[in-house]
Structure formats: structure tokens, C-alpha cells
Design a protein around this ligand. Structure first.
Ligand code: BES
Ligand code: MN
Ligand code: ZN
Length: 489
């Protein structure tokens, strides 16, 4: 992770200098000093580039003099519209543009200390890389940028503001790491092992194996796992940060299919490698728990992940099999590729029964249909509780992870009635994401609950301001914000 330092404003005499500039602002402070030191080179370059500080605009000035390698002007847009997202995106632009610089100072002297911290967060989030498996990278391909010094009138206050953001960024990075790992490395057992490492942050972590889950009666989850030589796991992570240790917990549940071949209802070959990230819901829950612990959130939270591999083999479950879920409800498995809901069914029932949570939010790369509906812009939000739904959507908006609410209705629920069991695991093509959510709702036992279908959001094919292409870590920041805004004491 980028090293972030905060210091009093002083014009650097080497390296790169970043000037965050509001729309139409006049040179002042460090900006004015840098312009004077370079004999007006900055003002001349910005005029030629017609740079006026427009939101999202940048202008790079190479070797302007006064020892500086580069000056990067970053537009913040109108001063009274400077949201957290604007500042984070400016930070992201810095990390994207200055990867080849070793020493970078950000002139945040015209900003509040909290705003300086948000720029730093954006830079950190954008600088994420997953290069564990590259052995032949040339120095020219690797970033030189290892840290930023943010210049502010109140470095102590900026540092205090940055401390919790750093904890959240570490959670996002953990999620991105888990989602990026190849499926031969990140088996259910390996993912569970990585969860147990969170005890270092003060979490309590329990791991259940197949024997324990069989004893409980997790027939739905274990039916998915039975075709794989890689054993299933369920991990329960506890963060007890509330003042009252007896306070009821908030609860997060993740789909963790470490690889989804579809099973006997096998998927086509093209693009199947993407199904390594079919554990992104679980990955987000793990990253969230790390974030809550990392910033010492004053809440009792429980994260549960169901970890399986969905493989076709002689021992795999068949279309037509009937399994008995932990809830006692029976499920006719029509399509073995609709496996995520089977995993969530048992974990959700366990969560509500064992922990009586204030609410449950599940995250899952559940359906291709949600990508048809919402593309890669919005996660799908389903909920049996309007307050929870509103809070989630607002939390997502605040940090730039968008959600769009989808309907639940008895009419859709009927689509998953089975002729020979309590339900079947698919409801046909119409409303595919909704019938999947209806299925899950049958396992929440009327607890306040929301389901986030993140199939379109877990992985990105293109760079975004604070999210480099690849594993996004979608969900971690939104749920951290949900907790921060409403559930801490
Ligand atoms: N993991 C997939 C959903 C998915 C598809 C995630 C594409 C990300 C990108 C899920 O297990 C699945 O296979 N769903 C099926 C359900 C169908 C069989 C009812 C789907 O969406 O095709
Ligand atoms: Mn599937
Ligand atoms: Zn899946």
C-alpha cells in the first residue's frame, strides 16, 4: 500500500508536485509559490492547456524548473460541489498519472484536513496492483511511486482523519487479493486459512469443515461441494467492537464459490476462467470484517462465508437431485449451475438461527441476468425491509458504489415452486435475478434482510478513477459506510 505522510506546506525543490485546483480558482499558497519559483511556467502551461480546474480534468507539466520533475494540476470542479468522490477521484488521478515518479508532494493547503485525507485514500485505492505471479517484470514496468506526502496546514488532523480510511483501504485490498487469486491456489480450504489470519486484527474466527456441516445438516451447501476434491468450508468471523458486548450483531453473508464450472450443468468454455471470482461476495465479507476491525468500528458484526468449489465429476450432484437444506426445506436441483443460492440457503439459515442479528446482508455473484439488467454500473439490491434498503443505497451513493433496488413479489416466488419438493433452484428465464432472490428469501426467516447481486460489479475490464481494472473490492466500502452511518454506538 502507498505510504501516506502528512506535512506542513513547504515548496519541494525536487520530485513531482500536485496542485489540486477548484474551478476558476486563482493561484494562492503553494500553487502561487511554485508558479513564482518556475518563473510563471505553470500559469503559462495551464493557459495553453485551457485548464481551469474542471472536475476530472488534469494537466501535466514536464520539467517546469525549480528542480521539479513534473507538476500535475488536478481539477476539482466547483468549490461548493467538492464531494468525497470528487476528492477520491482526484487522488486516483494522481496515482494513475505519477506512477513513474518516486517522490510526490500534494499541495492540499487550500483544502480542509479531512479533504486531504480523502485525496490520499483515492490515491491508495487506485495504486492497487496484483503482481504476485509476475516473475519477469522489468523495472520500467513497475511503479516507482511508493508514497505521497500530502501538504496541509493541519497534518495531525489530516492524519487522524486518514487513520480509519487506511483500515478500510486495507480491507478493500484484501478483497481484491482474494478475488484476483487463481482458483488452483484459492481453494475453499486456502480461503478459510486466510480468514483465520484475521485474528491478528482482533477478530475471532471459526472454521467448519464438511463433517461439522454434515452433522448440522447443510445438505444444500454440501450438495454443491460434493463433486469437488477440494473440501467445503464455512467461516464465521466475529468483530466485537460495541461498548455493550451483549449488543445484537449486524450480519454479513457471502457466496464463496472458489470456482464455478456449472457442475454437471456445465458452462461453455469461453470465459469460464472468470468464474474464479465467483467467491467475490465472500471476498467482500472478509474484506469488510478486516475493515471494521482495522478501524476499530464500535459495532458487533459477524461475517459468514460459505466456501465451495462447483465441479462436474462422478460424485457431483445431478440435475433432478433433491437435497434437504439446513432449514429442513427440500430443494429440487434442476440446474447445478444455480449453485450460489444453495450455498447461501444454508449459511443464511444458520446465521439467523444462531445469532439473531439486527439484519443480514448477503453479497453474491449470483446471476448473469443482473448484468443484463444493470450492466457494470449498479449492483442489484433486493430487500424485505425498506429502511435497510434505503440505508444501503445511500451508503453506496456516498462512496461511489451504486445500487439499484429490484422487486420481490409472491408472483415471482411461485416460479420456484417444485412438483416434488418444497422448491426448485431455478425459476426459468423471466426475471432470473428476481427468482434467485426469492429463493434466498425463503431462507431468511423474515429477519430484516438485503441481498446484493454483485455479478456485474466484482470484476472490471477497465480502469476507473479509484478502481484499477481487475478485482474491484465492490461492497467493502459501502457496507463499512452503512455500519459507520447507522449501527455504531
Ligand atoms: N456464478 C454464476 C453467475 C455469474 C454469471 C456471475 C456471470 C458472474 C458472471 C451463477 O452461479 C450462475 O451460474 N448463474 C446462472 C443461473 C441460471 C442457471 C439460473 C446464470 O446466471 O446463468
Ligand atoms: Mn453457477
Ligand atoms: Zn456461481
Amino acid at each position: 500500500m502507498l505510504d501516506i505522510a502528512f506535512a506542513k506546506p513547504a515548496l519541494p525543490d525536487s520530485g513531482a508536485l500536485v496542485l489540486p485546483i477548484h474551478e476558476g480558482a486563482k493561484p494562492a499558497g503553494l500553487w502561487q509559490q511554485a508558479d513564482a519559483a518556475t518563473g510563471g511556467a505553470i500559469a503559462r502551461a495551464l493557459a495553453v492547456a485551457e485548464f481551469t480546474g474542471g472536475k476530472g480534468k488534469t494537466c501535466t507539466i514536464l520539467a517546469p524548473g525549480a528542480g521539479l520533475t513534473r507538476v500535475l494540476a488536478v481539477g476539482l470542479g466547483k468549490e461548493d460541489e467538492t464531494t468525497q468522490t470528487v476528492l477520491e477521484n482526484a487522488g486516483g488521478a494522481i496515482a494513475a498519472a505519477l506512477g513513474r515518479e518516486a517522490v510526490v508532494a500534494v499541495a492540499a493547503d487550500a483544502l480542509k484536513p479531512g479533504q486531504a485525507a480523502e485525496i490520499a485514500l483515492g490515491a491508495v485505492l487506485r495504486s492497487y496492483r496484483f503482481d504476485r505471479y509476475r516473475t519477469k517484470q522489468k523495472p520500467a514496468d513497475k511503479p516507482k511511486l511508493t508514497g505521497l506526502t500530502v501538504l496541509t496546514d493541519h497534518p495531525k488532523r489530516a492524519e487522524t482523519a486518514f487513520e480509519p480510511l487506511k483500515g478500510v483501504a486495507a480491507g478493500v485490498f484484501l478483497t481484491r487479493d482474494l478475488v484476483s487469486e487463481p482458483p488452483n491456489v484459492l481453494t475453499p480450504a486456502e480461503m478459510a486459512d486466510r480468514c483465520t489470519k484475521l485474528t491478528d486484527l482482533g477478530l475471532t474466527v471459526e472454521v467448519l469443515g464438511p463433517a461439522e456441516m454434515a452433522k448440522l445438516g447443510f445438505g444444500a451447501l454440501l450438495g454443491v461441494a460434493q463433486g469437488s476434491v477440494n473440501e467445503a468450508r464455512m467461516v464465521v468471523m466475529h468483530w466485537n467492537g460495541a461498548k455493550k458486548s451483549t449488543e445484537k450483531p449486524v450480519c454479513f453473508v457471502g457466496k464463496g464459490v472458489t470456482f464455478d464450472t456449472g457442475g454437471i450443468s456445465i458452462k461453455p468454455a469461453g470465459g469460464m476462467e472468470d468464474m474464479k471470482w465467483d467467491m467475490a461476495g465472500a471476498g467482500a465479507v472478509v474484506g469488510l470484517m478486516a475493515a471494521l476491525a482495522g478501524r476499530k468500528a464500535k459495532v458487533n458484526a459477524i461475517g459468514l462465508v460459505g466456501l465451495v468449489e462447483n465441479m462436474p465429476s462422478g460424485s457431483a450432484q445431478r440435475p433432478g437431485d433433491v437435497v434437504v437444506s439446513y432449514s429442513g426445506q427440500t430443494i429440487e436441483v434442476i440446474n447445478t449451475d444455480a449453485e450460489g443460492r444453495l450455498v447461501l440457503a444454508d449459511v443464511l439459515w444458520y446465521a439467523q438461527e444462531k445469532y439473531d442479528p439486527r439484519f443480514m446482508v448477503d453479497l453474491a455473484t449470483l446471476t448473469g441476468a443482473i448484468i443484463v439488467g444493470l450492466g457494470h454500473e449498479y449492483g442489484g439490491l433486493f430487500a424485505n425491509n425498506d429502511q435497510l434498503a434505503d440505508r444501503l443505497a445511500k451508503a453506496g451513493d456516498a462512496i461511489g458504489e451504486k445500487l439499484w433496488r429490484m422487486p420481490l413479489h409472491d408472483a415471482f416466488d411461485k416460479q420456484i415452486d417444485s412438483a416434488i419438493a418444497d422448491m426448485k433452484n431455478i425459476g426459468g428465464r423471466p426475471g432470473g435475478s428476481i427468482t434467485a432472490a426469492q429463493f434466498i428469501q425463503r431462507f431468511v426467516n423474515k429477519k430484516p434482510w438485503a441481498h446484493l447481486d454483485i455479478a456485474g460489479m466484482a470484476w472490471s475490464g477497465k480502469d476507473a478513477p479509484t478502481v484499477p481494472k481487475g478485482a474491484t473490492g465492490y461492497g467493502v466500502r459501502m457496507l463499512d459506510r452503512l455500519v459507520a452511518d447507522h449501527y455504531e454506538d
